[in-house]
Design a protein around this ligand. Structure first.
Ligand SMILES: NC(=O)c1ccc[n+]([C@@H]2O[C@H](COP(=O)([O-])OP(=O)(O)OC[C@H]3O[C@@H](n4cnc5c(N)ncnc54)[C@H](OP(=O)(O)O)[C@@H]3O)[C@@H](O)[C@H]2O)c1
Length: 262
């Protein structure tokens, strides 16, 4: 059967572009796009109109566990396997801007950010890993040694600012903490899903600074050549995904393939 990829958080930004890229460049792969409200995702609806036989759209708010669980149940009744899961959805902060200092921190803001950026992707891993375990290794590199081969790839979209070792500037408490914790989830997942048979490759990826709604409040501070288009960033990230194997699992990589310290 052709490859099956699921992009979680696909209404706009990088998630939407991952879907477009997979549909344009990975035929005949089937793509499942999840978003919290398909009725307010016109670009995704248009893409679905272009590829009615290969793109399925499902409603999933990742802060609602019952929606994640029921989406996994529905998917497994339609598809026998999943080869790639990309956890894309995130918020910078409910206010749209990261905290610049402690006085901006609120319990509500940090809790909501963690729920979307950290807990949501982990719930996706919980409910969709059984389907990933039925994957046929359609993404990434497979060594000849069968014991080192993988069946699926799980990508958590993270951010360089989630690196504790790389943090020299401070600020953005909620977003930084949510991505640092997501990186810990990636590492844990790589251990649990990498020891069993069949094995799943789990990585965190940083897309660069990309021209999307999430980074929009900060675009004026970014030199033009460092503000990537979604097309460029996704091409770079797909090149990394294509190069993945079990020995690269449990790590974080930037858009250019370099490893990011935890
Ligand atoms: N853009 C950058 O410069 C940059 C840099 C580093 C890392 N990243 C990471 O890259 C990933 C994609 O970011 P982006 O720039 O594409 O962001 P974006 O354009 O702001 O899109 C965010 C996506 O997350 C979805 N989302 C938010 N809360 C959700 C929820 N509870 N349930 C389901 N979906 C939800 C949004 O859906 P709605 O349309 O329903 O709101 C939207 O599809 C994120 O993980 C982000 O942290 C981005």
């Amino acid at each position: 059967m052709a490859a099956v990829a699921l992009v979680q958080g696909a209404s706009r930004g990088l998630g939407l572009e991952f879907c477009r890229h997979l549909l344009q460049h990975r035929a005949p792969a089937a793509v499942i796009a999840t978003c919290r409200d398909p009725d307010t995702a016109p670009a995704l609806a248009a893409l679905s109109g272009e590829y009615p036989d290969r793109l399925a759209v499902m409603r999933v708010d990742i802060t609602r566990e019952e929606q994640v669980r029921s989406a996994a149940e529905r998917l497994s009744s339609t598809f026998p396997k999943l080869d790639l899961l990309i956890n894309c959805a995130a918020v910078l902060h409910p206010s749209g801007r990261g905290e610049t200092s402690l006085r901006d921190v609120s319990a509500q803001g940090i809790t909501a950010t963690l729920a979307t950026n950290t807990v949501g992707p982990l719930l996706m891993a919980k409910y969709f890993s059984p389907l990933l375990k039925k994957g046929t290794g359609a993404f990434g590199q497979q060594p000849e040694d069968k014991a080192k081969q993988h069946c699926g790839v799980l990508v958590n979209m993270s951010a360089r600012v989630g690196s504790i070792g790389d943090n020299a500037l401070g600020g953005w408490y909620s977003y930084r903490m949510s991505k640092a914790a997501l990186n810990m989830a990636t590492r844990n997942l790589s251990i649990e899903l990498g020891h069993s048979h069949p094995k799943i490759v789990c990585v965190s990826l940083h897309p660069g600074t990309v021209n999307t709604d999430l980074s929009r409040p900060y675009h004026k501070n970014v030199p033009q050549h460092k503000l990537f288009s979604t097309q460029y960033s996704v091409q770079c990230l797909m090149d990394i995904i294509d190069s993945l194997s079990m020995d690269k699992s449990g790590k974080a990589y930037a858009w250019d393939g370099s490893e990011i310290p935890w």
